[in-house]
Design a protein around this ligand. Structure first.
Ligand SMILES: Nc1ncnc2c1ncn2[C@@H]1O[C@H](COP(=O)(O)OP(=O)(O)O)[C@@H](O)[C@H]1O
Ligand SMILES: [Mg+2]
Length: 348
């Protein structure tokens, strides 16, 4: 364990240096290493600590992603790079109603602020995206950041949580303060249940602080949107979810037929043909990230064959079936039922 901690610390230090000196190539290497050692530490830790390492790993992979974008683009693009690469709403499979909701509630009011003001239409508010893991909630938030001309603040567990008394509240306050300096801003809290769930300590103080800050933010005359995402809406304090706070609830579920087709076509290579209808038929109930995993396994198979001197122009149906059956869907029908029940009780 101490070896892992040491290695993680060493790569983290190098990553920080590379970020300062703008050596993105080396930074990418050290960022990946930090994520790798965080995962190894998570495997050896339990509960909250384990989850914190998982979050850390995700965060450092985000840093790597940004460094990769920076490496490829010129300095005039830096503002865009800060906003999660090039993900757009159109890159997200399916979820047509969700996207329309987002366009109506966020994109249009931000784009046509003056028009909304002239008609005395309220702008801003709080939105909770919820649903089973791996279906595009985080991706949607990143797309929103790119679609909307607003300052985007991404809050996550490891940024806010601090073991010292009162420090987590201060961290939260400083993000809201920073957001308030802008006329238009979006605060995104990913996996909000980690911050305000019963399992984590220091809950009461932080929840109260969040309620006060979000009330202040949403009542201000600035254009501010609070977006939160969660896989476990039932773990969130009901007071946070009521009208006027995170009052709009948007369900992000597993991809439908059209969306699965889009995912298979978008994630596969053009040069090798694939029985897409078979893939679509076999993957009802699979999450978006399950489907990306299936595509990766198919591509790995094509690559391995190629390395072995066998160039493939069409993947056989039997091989496709084998690969799909080898990926266990993350979302079970009981899980979907749990979301349906929560939805029934909480959506107006
Ligand atoms: N609707 C979707 N459209 C395109 N890709 C998706 C979709 N849902 C999931 N994915 C893929 O799965 C990955 C994980 O999705 P993510 O947004 O992190 O899920 P969530 O936040 O709901 O757990 C994405 O990076 C993307 O590759
Ligand atoms: Mg997510």
């Amino acid at each position: 364990m101490s070896f892992l901690l040491e290695k993680r610390k060493e790569h983290l230090k190098n990553l920080e240096t590379c970020c300062q000196t703008k050596e993105n190539g080396k930074g990418i290497f050290h960022g990946i290493k930090v994520a790798e050692f965080s995962i190894k530490l998570a495997e050896k830790s339990q509960n909250v600590v384990g989850r914190k390492y998982i979050k850390d790993a995700n965060d450092y992979l985000d840093v790597v992603e940004k460094l990769m974008k920076n490496k490829k683009t010129t300095s005039s693009d830096t503002n865009k790079d800060k906003k999660y690469g090039d993900i757009k709403l159109d890159d997200i499979a399916g979820l047509q109603e969700v996207k329309q909701d987002i366009i109506n509630k966020i994109v249009k009011p931000f784009k046509y602020k003056e028009l909304y003001k002239n008609y005395n239409m309220p702008v801003g508010g709080g939105i909770l995206m919820y649903g089973p893991p791996g279906n595009g909630k985080t991706m949607l938030a990143k797309a929103i950041a790119n679609e909307v001309d607003a300052k985007f603040f991404n809050i996550n567990f490891s940024q806010i949580k601090n073991k010292y008394y009162g420090e987590s509240e201060k961290n939260l306050q400083s993000v809201f303060d920073e957001a308030a300096k802008n006329d238009t801003s979006i605060i995104f809290i990913d996996e909000i249940d980690y911050l305000f769930s019963n399992e984590t300590d220091n809950k009461v103080g932080l929840s109260a602080q969040f309620l006060a800050l979000s009330d202040g933010m949403l009542k201000s005359d600035k254009c501010m949107i609070l977006i939160a995402a969660t896989n476990k809406p039932w773990n969130i304090d009901a007071s946070i979810l009521r009208n006027g706070r995170l009052g709009t609830h948007i369900y992000v579920g597993t991809p439908d037929e059209e969306a699965r087709k889009f995912l298979f076509i978008n994630n596969m290579v053009q040069s090798v043909s694939l029985n897409v209808p078979l893939c679509v038929d076999m993957t009802n109930g699979y999450s978006g990230s399950d489907i990306v995993e299936i595509c990766n396994r198919i591509k790995q198979y094509i690559i391995d064959e190629c390395i072995g001197g066998n160039v493939i122009s069409c993947v056989q149906d039997d091989k496709i079936k084998d690969i799909i059956l080898g990926v266990v869907p993350v979302v079970s029908s009981e899980m979907e039922e749990k979301y349906r029940n929560w939805r029934k009780n909480n959506e107006k």
